[in-house]
Design a binder for this molecule. Structure first.
Ligand code: ATR
Length: 288
């Protein structure tokens, strides 16, 4: 890294941000792409968000990521918001266009890219989405944009599942949507092609839990867990034992970061696919 007067600063704001992998990922990409940038983390305390954002403008920070708990609150301090981020109601990436801050959300794109990289088609598939928080909303919205056949959302808090389902129904007439609790009786397990765990169940330190009993699924499904700590969750281990294909949240994490870089820099002939593979290996040694 060769820091000089023209080095661009990028960063993550959130609270807490300890142990975030974003600096490792973005600085790795800067180094691989030979871009003169550096990525830092700022632990932003409650009530100082507005001041932080105006100082970012004053300092001409080129772009930043936003994480818990500011993905929604940040929206009121931005000059414009991309349609997808607006629709799902959360921003995780901001680009500074000559003093105008524009918000985006790359979580859904990152998820989708990780599937596409494995050659997985979306349009003919039924997705079972577990959870109805931020990750669920981003992933469900992106799947609807891509024309998934059907999206079923299960959650403990039914109102949250209903909110996402209604938004999809209103905006994407061709996509079939359903929602319910975990013991949802009006739903056929055999129609599911891909299960996506968007809950925090199974995340370190509570690694002995799974979000749903995979024995309910008689046909082969792909099991995707957005949790990446641990890299192989109990849910993924159980899926493997049943002979199901699996994908870990690390690929979504890497691809949402790459999508942020693409917003900041454009494609610019960067070899993101090569970087993605190398990053995966690099992170396997860095996730605790
Ligand atoms: P994120 O932004 O990572 O999606 P979030 O918005 O806090 O995080 O959402 C967490 C999701 O995990 C929610 O759907 C939550 O369910 P509720 O809405 O019913 O609270 C789900 N979740 C968390 N712990 C859970 C548990 N023990 N069992 C089932 N679902 C759980």
């Amino acid at each position: 890294m060769n820091i000089d007067w023209s080095t661009d600063l990028y960063c993550l704001i959130g609270h807490p941000i300890s142990k975030s992998l974003s600096p490792k990922i973005h600085n790795y990409i800067f180094s691989e792409n030979k871009t003169n940038g550096i990525y830092l983390c700022f632990d932003v305390k409650e009530k100082s968000l507005e001041t932080v954002i105006s100082s970012f403008k004053a300092l001409n920070i080129k772009g930043f990521n936003v994480t818990i708990p500011y993905k929604i609150e940040i929206m009121k301090y931005l000059d414009d918001i991309d349609r997808e981020a607006e629709m799902l109601g959360a921003v995780n990436t901001v680009k500074n266009f000559d003093g105008r801050l524009i918000g985006y959300n790359t979580d859904g794109i990152g998820f989708l890219k990780s599937l596409k990289n494995k050659g997985i088609e979306i349009t003919n598939k039924t997705f079972l989405i577990l959870g109805a928080g931020g990750a669920s909303s981003a992933i469900s919205t992106r799947l609807a944009i891509e024309g998934a056949k059907k999206i079923i959302i299960l959650n403990r808090d039914l109102n949250k599942a209903k909110k996402i389902a209604c938004k999809i129904e209103d905006n994407f007439r061709d996509v079939l949507v359903n929602y319910g609790p975990y013991n949802f009786i009006d739903f056929n397990f055999d129609e599911v092609n891909i299960i996506v765990n968007c809950t925090s169940v199974g995340m370190y330190p509570n690694i002995d839990f799974v979000p749903i009993d995979l024995n309910l699924f008689r046909k082969k499904v792909l099991v995707y867990d957005v949790v990446y700590k641990p890299l192989k969750t109990k849910f993924l281990k159980m899926a493997e034992d049943k002979g199901f294909a699996t994908m870990s949240g690390i690929s979504m994490l890497i691809n949402q970061a790459i999508a942020s870089q693409q917003i900041w820099y454009g494609d610019n002939n960067f070899k993101f696919d090569v970087i993605e593979k190398r990053l995966e290996g690099f992170l396997y040694n860095n996730v605790e």
